[in-house]
Every structure is written in structure tokens, then in C-alpha cells.
Design a protein around this ligand. Structure first.
Ligand code: PLP
Length: 399
């Protein structure tokens, strides 16, 4: 039996595979600390849950019209965008989907033809490179440099463009690196995108999770021409601790939104009616819940990065956003644990899981080999214990 060529070309999610292995060890009674999670450890705020319970009790449990999202939620999304980016989008320029991952998929489905190229800078979220393959399009991975804080420069972007280039995927704040593009950096990228008429799929799911003086800037705000080319992707998963509710959304030109709507209508009809009501409460309700989570993430971020930099041979820049640390651990490659030689980030993560009982994700999965990703979306106590164990396990390695 042969699966389709496009499906054969796709890879399964490495982050999901690590989480599954850690979960299997936990079921065997092993005390594994998971730093591989890609979701907030906080509970969904009560007023959001209440809105969902009300929706169920009021019988809001049928197919919704329109399939592209209930009007109430689209209006809340338009208000949110106006509040945070100052931009006006109409109801026909936004769409609600089953999580931002689905939103990204629909953007690829609406815009990509077989043979089209999609530029993806490293390190990239594992999904970015795989979704375009299902459309028969080709990911073009562009290596970024440590001296640019692992961000794509306008020169690197322009050099990667060919007559087949259709789209650039940007993710700021970045999963996994935590890097945040400045307004000036985005202006330079936008100029190249406009010059060559390339769409920008801008994943801004961590928009609200930026720390210190860092400001999030959406590339869509940098002029009418770049806004026409950009699909802004966002959702409630990371900001409101609502990963299980599956609500993501996009803002883009009405032609692109109509294309995405056409695919969604034939694919899943629409996202859950109940979750849509909850998302209205999240976007329109009190935003202090987000500020509280941000303060807690910030404290964990500083603690984890200090502990990492205290380890011999580990270098970690302070992430400006999201909830991951992304240290360069390559000085440990080639070291020995008994007979075993740890050649790369995959083997180092396997060693840390088996010996330290700490789950981290190898940088290889994100397209940069020297790094590993550690999530600080877990309690301070877990981070402390995990860092003690990592320090002990790395200390046992021999040159
Ligand atoms: C978590 C995550 C998403 C997906 O979020 P959902 O709305 O839960 O599908 C999208 N992009 C990035 C970079 C993420 O880390």
C-alpha cells in the first residue's frame, strides 16, 4: 500500500514524539520532568470557562453560520486588532479556525501551487516546513546567524528568492528561539517582500508574551502594500491558556480570507460553537489574566537562563518573547557517557531524558543543530529540579 506522495514527504511532529516518550515513562512510574511542553501550564481563566458553560446551557451547540466564524467573534477579533495594532479590518477580512495551526494550514492551502517555494528561516517551528508539502510546494530553509540573534536579515531573504518563491513564513516572537523582530528589521524584510510581491505568513501567536522593554510589532502595520501581502495568524491558545479549545484566526485581504473559507467549509465546516463563545469572552474580557501569566513567565525565564549560562560550555541568549530557552549546547557534542558518544542534539536530548529524566527538544527538529529547546511553561519548582538534574548529568560527561 502506498500513501500519497505528498503525505510520504511529510514528517511527523518531533515535539509531539518527545512528549509521547516522556508521557510513556511517566506511566511506568518514572519521575520525568517535562520541559518539552509547547503550552502554558496555567488553567484557562474562570470567566472564559463560564462563557462556554453558558453557551452549552443556552443550547449554542449546533452548526454555526457563517462557517468562517460567528459574527460576535469576528467583531471581537476586529476590535482586538484595532486595539493592539491600530489597523481596521472588516468582517470579510478575518476568519476563525480550529487553532492557529489550522489557520496556517488554510493559508498554505489557499495560496500554494505544486512547485511553489516557501522561505522559512531557521530555527523554525516544526509545522512550518511540513504543511506546504501537502500542497506539493517546497520549503526553502534559510540558515540565520547567531550574531543576528537567529533572525533573518533582508539580504538573506532576498538571496533566497527565486521566480517560484510565493511566501515567507515569519514567527515573531519565535518558537523556539524567543527572538523578537524589531520594527526596523521588519521594515527591511517588508521592503523585499513588496519589491518581489511575496506573501508573508506572519505567525504572531506569542504576541502578548514579550518581556522587559521588548515591543511586539506586526509586519502588517508597516504600510498598505505589505498589509495586502500579509496573512496575520493569531489565536487564543498561548495568550489565554486555551490550547485545548482550538481557536485560531487570521486577518488578511478579503480574497485570501475567501480562499481559506472555501477550504475550511469543505474540510471541517467551522470551529466548535462553544469554543467560539469562549474566545469572545477571552478577547473582550479583562486582560489582567494575561499580565499575571506574563509576570510569572518572566521570572521563570530569568531563572532558567541564569542557570543555563552557569553551566560550563552552555551559551543562552535571554529570550525576549514566547516561553522557551534555546541554548547552544554544542560544546557537549562528542562527549562520552560511559561507552556512549553523544554526537548531536538528538543524542544529547535522549541522554538527558534517560539519565536526568528531563525532557527537552533537540534543535535538529527546528533546523539548528547546536541547540536544544527547554520550555519554561512549567512551575518554578519543576524548573529548579530540572536544572539541578541537567547540571548533574552534563557534569558526568567525559571528553
Ligand atoms: C503553539 C503554536 C501554534 C499553534 O497554536 P494553536 O492555536 O494551538 O493551534 C502556532 N504557532 C506556533 C509558533 C506555536 O508555538
Amino acid at each position: 500500500m502506498n500513501l500519497s506522495k505528498n503525505v510520504q514527504r511529510m514528517q511527523s511532529s518531533v515535539t509531539m514524539a518527545i512528549s509521547a516518550k516522556a508521557a510513556a515513562m511517566k506511566r511506568q512510574g518514572i519521575d520525568v520532568i517535562s520541559l518539552s511542553a509547547g503550552e502554558p501550564d496555567f488553567d484557562t481563566p474562570q470567566h472564559i470557562k463560564d462563557a462556554a458553560i453558558r453557551a452549552i446551557q443556552e443550547g449554542f451547540t449546533k452548526y454555526t453560520v457563517p462557517g468562517s466564524g460567528i459574527i460576535e467573534l469576528k467583531e471581537a477579533i476586529c476590535r482586538k486588532i484595532k486595539r493592539d495594532s491600530g489597523l481596521d479590518y472588516g468582517l470579510d477580512q478575518v476568519i476563525v479556525n480550529n487553532g492557529a495551526k489550522h489557520t496556517l494550514f488554510l493559508a498554505s492551502a489557499a495560496l500554494l501551487d505544486p512547485g511553489d517555494e516557501v522561505i522559512i528561516p531557521t530555527p523554525y517551528w516544526v509545522t512550518f516546513s511540513e504543511q506546504p508539502k501537502l500542497m506539493g510546494a517546497n520549503p526553502v530553509i534559510v540558515q540565520t546567524r547567531a550574531e543576528n540573534n537567529l533572525k533573518l536579515t533582508a539580504e538573506e531573504f532576498e538571496r533566497a528568492i527565486t521566480p517560484r518563491t510565493r511566501m515567507l513564513i515569519l514567527n515573531s516572537p519565535s518558537n523556539p528561539s524567543g527572538a523578537v523582530y524589531t520594527r526596523a528589521e521588519l521594515e527591511a524584510l517588508a521592503a523585499v517582500a513588496v519589491k518581489h510581491q511575496i506573501h508573508v505568513l506572519s505567525d504572531e501567536i506569542y504576541e502578548q508574551l514579550v518581556y522587559g522593554d521588548t515591543k511586539h510589532c506586526s509586519i502588517s502595520t508597516l504600510g498598505e502594500e505589505i498589509r495586502e501581502l500579509t496573512i496575520v495568524v493569531n489565536g487564543v491558545s498561548k495568550t489565554y491558556a486555551m490550547t485545548g479549545w482550538r481557536i485560531g484566526y487570521a486577518a488578511a485581504s478579503k480574497e485570501i480570507i475567501a480562499g481559506m473559507d472555501k477550504v475550511q467549509g469543505q474540510e471541517v465546516s467551522h470551529p466548535s460553537s462553544i469554543s467560539q463563545k469562549a474566545a469572545v469572552a477571552a478577547l473582550d474580557g479583562p486582560q489582567e489574566v494575561v499580565a499575571q501569566m506574563r509576570v510569572e513567565f518572566d521570572a521563570r525565564r530569568r531563572y532558567m537562563v541564569d542557570r543555563l549560562n552557569a553551566l560550563e560550555g552552555v551559551r543562552c541568549t535571554l529570550p525576549q518573547g514566547a516561553f522557551y530557552a534555546y541554548p547552544d549546547v554544542s560544546s557537549y557534542f562528542g562527549r562520552r557517557a560511559g561507552e556512549r558518544v553523544l554526537a548531536d542534539s538528538v543524542e544529547l536530548c535522549a541522554y538527558l531524558l534517560e539519565e536526568a529524566k528531563v525532557a527537552c527538544v533537540p534543535g535538529a527538529g527546528f533546523g539548528t543543530h547546536p541547540h536544544i529547546r527547554l520550555s519554561y511553561a512549567t512551575s518554578m519548582q519543576n524548573i529548579e529540579r530540572a536544572m539541578d538534574r541537567i547540571a548533574e548529568a552534563l557534569g558526568r560527561l567525559r571528553a
